[in-house]
Each structure stands twice: as C-alpha cells, then as structure tokens.
Design a protein around this ligand. Structure first.
Ligand code: ATP
Length: 275
C-alpha cells in the first residue's frame, strides 16, 4: 500500500477556550473520496482549517503527501501547491474589477519569485485549458461580479485544476446552488476526479450524496466517532451516535407516476362526493 495522502494523528484543537477537536486520528489514501459528516459545530471546518495550516493546533501531527505540517502551518511550497481548497463561500468582494481569467491565473502562479514574462505563454495555455475543462471558456473575459453562483463555482474549480493537484479539499462547496446547479457541479467534479486522479476530502451535510459518491466517511462530533465505508459509517445506529438517538434520516422518494387510466378524475370525484 502507498503512503497516505493525508495523515492526522492525535489532533487536538482549541478555539475560544473550548476544545473543538479531541485526539482525532485518521488517514486518507491516494485516489479516495472521503466525506467528513457531523452536526453543526462538530469541528468539521476547524479540522479542514488545521489541515490547511490556517488554524494552529494544540497537539498532534499532520502529514500531507508525506511531508509534516509545521506547528505554525509551514509546509514545503511544492506540497502546498499540490493541494487545492474550495471554500463554502468565496470571500472576495465581487466588485473587485477582476476577470475570470485573472482569478484562475492566481491558481497557476508559483509561491516563489519567478520571471513573469518567461511563464506567460504556458500560464495562458493553462488558464484556457482549465476553463475549457469546466465548460467556462466563454466566461474568461467576464468580470467576477457578473457571474451566477453556479458559474462562480465552476470558475473556482478551474482555479483548482489550473495546476496539477493531488488533494482537493472542499468545505460544503455546492452550498447556495439550486438543485440543478448542485447536480451540474458534482457531475463536473466527478468527471475531473476520474481524469486527474484527485484525492478528494469534502465536508458535506448531504448524506445521500455521500452514500452515492464517497468511498470513505469520517463521522465527527468533536472527536472521531466512527469511520469507514458509507455502508458502515452511515447505518442508523452510527447516525444516532453522531446526531442523537432520535435522529431519523429523511429519504426523498418520488411517487411513481400512475398510468392516466388510474389517475382519479377530478370531475368524477366531485360528482361522486355530491349528494
Ligand atoms: N472564530 C472562532 N473563534 C472561536 N470559536 C470558533 C470560531 N469559529 C468556530 N468556532 C467554534 O468552533 C466549534 C466548531 O466550529 P466549526 O465551524 O469547525 O464546526 P462545523 O462542524 O464546521 O459546523 P457547521 O456544520 O455549522 O459549519 C464551534 O463550537 C464554534 O463555535
């Protein structure tokens, strides 16, 4: 078995004086698709922020692509560039006069100093290719303020894939999209995952999506309560431990369409109910 893409050992995190993660341990393998599930306030976003080196940890170790993450978030720049992050909300003022191509280009730029003119052509080609892959090439000269929510998510995916990445971390990335936008986003994401062999770690509240698309689940509520394939981690018993014993999972089912002959006729129904 190859080295894990991510290894978290004994991670404890304190925020605002309270322990939000207690001795969390797990690892994720290359090419896997892992979901982090758990109730509001369970520490899911805090966990992701600790993995990205944004939040300092109280204790424990984090290793990304075989490299240790320093106590203050230090990480080999080449490793950092192999990781892409898609947040729940894109916190940049959309009135900033920036085009889609300029935003995607930021994902290509190296962290160290470089000669801008030497890289201009490959940079341009990488931006065009990334936008084409998310079917957003027609938006390249558009300002960010003119994008719909769904278009912006696709552009952010292009930002993620403008450079080769190995690990993609998503924090409720399709939040705010309508049902169609969410389905399109996931279709695009899974297609790209197959193509680029990404390892995905995503926070989600959508247990049906997790059941359908993820091969590993981490159930978190301040500590790691259980982990395994969706069949193991999303049983009613396991969900009861995470969300409380009275939790009942809602399944949306479509009523089958009745053949026309069996649909009650409003006029007949009315007739028979009239004296
Ligand atoms: N900036 C902060 N300062 C102090 N405490 C915080 C801060 N942000 C979050 N917390 C606390 O950390 C705990 C975990 O929050 P976190 O956002 O990680 O949970 P979550 O599982 O991602 O929740 P949700 O599903 O609601 O997004 C919560 O108790 C929260 O109040």
């Amino acid at each position: 078995m190859t080295d894990p893409v991510l290894r978290v050992a004994d991670l404890t995190l304190v925020r605002g004086g309270q322990t939000v993660l207690h001795r969390v341990c797990f690892s994720i393998q290359s090419g896997s698709h892992t979901a982090i599930v758990g109730p509001n306030g369970a520490g899911k976003s805090s966990l992701v922020q600790a993995i990205l080196g944004i939040l300092p940890r109280q204790s424990g170790q984090i290793e990304l692509l075989g490299h240790p993450l320093g106590a203050k978030g230090q990480l080999d720049p080449a490793v950092r560039q192999a990781i892409a992050y898609l947040p729940q909300q894109f916190m940049v003022d959309r009135r900033i006069p920036m085009t889609v191509a300029e935003l995607v280009g930021l994902g290509w730029d190296r962290l160290e100093l470089a000669w801008p003119w030497r890289d201009a052509r490959p940079r341009h080609r990488a931006i065009e290719s990334a936008l084409a892959q998310v079917e957003a090439i027609h938006l390249r000269r558009q300002g960010l303020s003119a994008l719909s929510g769904g278009e912006l998510k696709r552009v952010l995916l292009a930002y993620c894939l403008v450079r080769p990445r190995q690990l993609l971390i998503l924090d409720e990335a399709p939040a705010g999209l309508d049902a169609r936008g969410e389905a399109d986003f996931y279709r695009c994401l899974y297609h790209l995952q197959q193509q680029h062999r990404w390892t995905i770690l995503q926070i989600s509240h959508d247990l049906s999506m997790v059941q359908r698309h993820c091969d590993h689940v981490l159930c978190l509520n301040r500590e790691l309560l259980c982990a395994g394939t969706p069949d193991i981690a999303l049983t009613p018993e396991a969900l009861g431990r995470i969300y409380g014993d009275d939790f009942v999972r809602y399944h949306h089912t479509c009523r089958p369409r009745l053949p026309d002959s069996r649909i009650p006729q409003a006029s007949n129904a009315q007739k028979s109910s009239n004296p």
